[in-house]
Write a protein that binds this ligand. Sequence first.
Ligand code: SF4
Length: 407
Amino acid sequence: MAVSETPPVVAPAPSVRTVDTGTNFRHPLYQVLLETPGLTVGTAALDDLMTWGLTNAMWIFPMATSCCGIEFMATAASRVDIDRMGVIVRATPRQADVMVVAGTITTKMAPRVLKLWEQMPEPKWCIAMGSCAISGDFYRNLYSVVPGVDTFLPVDVYVPGCPPNPEALMHGMMRLQEKVRRQRKGENVVPEVKPELLKITQPSVPRLTDPSRPSEQSHQQELSSDDPTTTEETAALVVPAGEAPTLAPLVAADFEGLLGELGVATLPTDGPPIIPLAQHLELARRLKAIGYKQLVTIAASHWPAGKGRKGADAAEVEHYEIAFAVRTIGQGSRVASWAVKALPTEPVLTLSGIYAGADWQEREQFDLVGVKFAGHPDLRRIMLAENADAHPLRREFPADAHAAPWR
Ligand code: SF4
C-alpha cells in the first residue's frame, strides 16, 4: 500500500526589506572632498561664482505680442538699460534662459508659445509681464483669449500692471535673480503651475503630418470650407473671362459714374452705397480697370431679422452686409467703397480673382462672421483655431461665451 507523503510545509523566510532613504549614500568624491583640506571651501566658492554668473547673464526670449511689448522694448533702451544686469534679448528660444510673455495670448497662439518654451534649454524661467499675460485682463472673457499664461506655462515671476513700466520689469528680473539664487542653494522654490491645465495645451487638431490624425478630420475640414453653392450655380454667376460685360460700356471713368450705370443715383451719407449682389463682381472688375488697383478692406456685419443699417426697413430679414473698399495708387489717391447685402444662404462671389489681397480678407470675414464667398480658392478659418465651432462676430454670439478648453 502506497503511503502518500505530504511534503513538509516550509515557512517562508522572513523578508528583510531595507528601505533606502538615500541618507547613507556617499558619492565617491565626497570622501575626497572631506579629506582634502580647503576643497569644500573651494567648491562652495565655485558654486557661488557659477550662481553669480548665471543670475547675471539671464538672456531673455521676448514673447511680446501687444502693448506690453513696447514697455518691454523700453526696458532694453538706454534709460533703464536692462543690459546692466547682463540681460541680452535673444530672438531665438535656443539661446535664452527667460521667456518674458508681454501681452495678450490667444487660444490659437498658446500652443505656439508652448512650443517655443519647450525649445528653450533647461534651466529656464518664465515671467508673465502685464495683466493680460497674468490673467487675460479686459479680454479675459473673450472667446479668443487665454485667461493667463500660467494655465499652460510654469510662471516664475508675475509683473503686474497695464502696462508695467520698464522699472517694474527690471524689478521682476531682480526677483527672478533672487529666486534662482535660492534654488541653487537647495531651497524648494517651485514654479507656480496648474498641472491639470497643462494637458489641454496640446493642439486640439492633429497636424497634417501627425500619423495619429484621423482621415475623417481632413474630410471635416474640407466640408467646413465648402461654399453653399454648387459648382454649376457658381459658374452661372461668374462672368466668363473675355465675354462682354452685361453692363453698359463704361461712360464715366470714375466711381460715381460706374454707380450711376448700376442704378445707384444717390449716395448715402452714412455708409457706402449698396449695389445689387449680382453686379458686385463686375463693379470690382471695372474699378480695377480704371485704376483702383489696391484692395483696402473687406468688412462684413451680421444683421439679425428686424435689424439693419440706420433708416433701413425694420422688417429686414436676417442678412449680411459686406463692405468693400479699393483705392487708386499714387499721389491724390482716391478711395471707392461699396457694399452688398446677402441672405445667409446667398453666395457672395469672391474678389480673389481680381484682387489677390481679397483672399485672406474674405477668409477673415468667413471665420469671424460666417460669410461664405463662392468661388474662393481656400475658404478656411484664418484667425480662430481650425476646430472652432462658431463665428464670434455674429450678433447672436455672446461676447463672453466659453472658449473651450480654457473655461
Ligand atoms: S496688460 Fe495692458 S498694456 Fe499689457 S498687453 Fe494687456 S492691455 Fe496692453
